[in-house]
Design a protein around this ligand. Sequence first.
Ligand code: UDP
Ligand code: MG
Length: 316
Amino acid sequence: MKRLGIIVPCYNEEEIFDYSKEKLTNLIKDLIEKKKISSDSFILFVDDGSKDKTWNKIEKENKTNKYVYGLKLAGNVGHQNALIAGITETVDLVDLSVSIDADLQDDINVIENMVDKFNEGIDIVYGVRNDRQTDSFFKKTTAQMFYKFMQLLGVKSVYNHADFRLMSKRAMQALTEFKEKNLFLRGIVPLIGYQTDNVYYARSERIAGTSKYPLKKMLSFALDGITSFSIKPMTIICGLGIFIIFASIIAMIYSIVVYFMGDSLSGWSSLFCSIWFLGGVQLLCIGIIGQYIGKTYIEVKDRPRYIVETFLKNKK
Ligand code: UDP
Ligand code: MG
């Protein structure tokens, strides 16, 4: 039988921890009873430098609950890095892993389905939301726009899939080979290859605690996703430049013709409008290029993605 590790990144999740550990423990016990996973399977709570009592709770639970493991990171490195930390630190311990957010907004009842598919030989199983009723109108539309835009830029990603997925050991190993610091896992995982499949579920609302993804973080995450996976924005800049050059040549020809017809175009406001317009275009383009240079700068420094403070496993 195969050993499962459920990886749960937690940042300031003291309010929901008890609920989540209870539900996940029951799930693990159930799967063990049904002989779908081995009895040394576990839930790994990755504490991403929480400032509240999350780690105390994990530590306490680990003493009494043999299914609960804890990984404490030395500081807050963000959801994606916390996830890769969990995967990297457990890849040698498990045969398969499932990653899920601490608030269990994703339906844990489909994990059994995922495990079944794994047992049939699938390496990566994506959890895919089949409705977004619980999301606000704003979150729904922005998320949709983001997916569409990514598609337009040629980034392969699974529609309506976040970071709820099952991975086999070899898929996890492959993932740890991707050394980039600008992590956008849902873009990277499809690059691994292997056989994949989807399970569908309805996403529920957060039961306690608050979302750790306010609009500002969401936007920077989306921007990260785009600039980490596609250099098309720079191609678009080139196209824009060529278009503006042609447009100005036409304007030049027009004003010369008008001049030789004994007339001249009057007014300086059109002149400074165009200067301001072009100034804006140039700044925007420099900004976009700057994004890529910034990315390169961060990659070149090659700093560690996370630092482990403590790893609590099962005593036995
Ligand atoms: N999270 C994390 N580090 C952070 C921010 C968030 O590990 O810096 C975790 C958080 O504890 C949760 C998951 O990432 O398990 C997703 O966050 P959240 O549920 O707040 O996002 P939302 O569902 O609102 O998009
Ligand atoms: Mg959530």
